[in-house]
Write a protein that binds this ligand. Structure first.
Ligand SMILES: [Zn+2]
Length: 171
């Protein structure tokens, strides 16, 4: 931060790289914070869609799931509501192509991650292989993309999202 300008937050210089996903409300890209070479994921919401960005950030913050959900490094936009909104997430890993080819240990970690989310009162709403990512260096899984998520009172093992996940993981 520039100490001569105490009223200004530091600017994050992010170089946007490849496109990861195009969703109904946002485009998700790989990015790199230029000064420190740190990988990030940037989700860009078009003009007029800022409420979706803030809702998603609110749900991720609400899900008190530690590092099972991605850390948000910042939300960036120009003042008026007609500009794009960029949500910058810590990079957490890469998504598998399918659930069914994963080893049992990974399937269990994914199942545990969603169970924890549900215990914390979050319905993900878009459980797909592309929305779980693994850091190959640490073996850690993170649940991503809360664009369809809502708050939820979970009934436990009979909860339909958890039942469907077990089927998709083909235990
Ligand atoms: Zn549930």
């Amino acid at each position: 931060m520039d100490i001569d300008s105490p009223n200004q937050l530091p600017v994050l210089h992010v170089r946007l790289k490849s496109q990861l996903h195009v969703g109904p409300n946002a485009v998700t890209r790989d990015g790199l914070i230029k000064d420190v070479d740190e990988r990030v994921v940037v989700k860009t919401f078009p003009a007029g869609q800022r409420a979706f960005a803030l809702d998603e950030a609110r749900l991720i913050t609400l899900a008190e799931c530690g590092d099972l959900v991605p850390a948000i490094l910042g939300i960036f936009y120009h003042g008026d509501n007609d500009s794009e909104t960029h949500v910058v997430f810590k990079w957490c890993g890469t998504a598998p192509k399918t659930f069914c080819d994963l080893p049992l240990t990974d399937k269990l970690l994914i199942k545990n991650a969603f169970e924890k989310l549900h215990e914390e009162g979050i319905w993900h709403g878009d459980v797909e292989p592309r929305n779980v990512v693994k850091d190959a260096a640490t073996g850690k899984w993170t649940v991503v993309d809360f664009g369809e998520a809502t708050t939820h009172i979970c009934e436990g093992p009979t909860c339909s999202e958890l039942v469907q996940l077990e089927k998709d993981l083909s235990f």
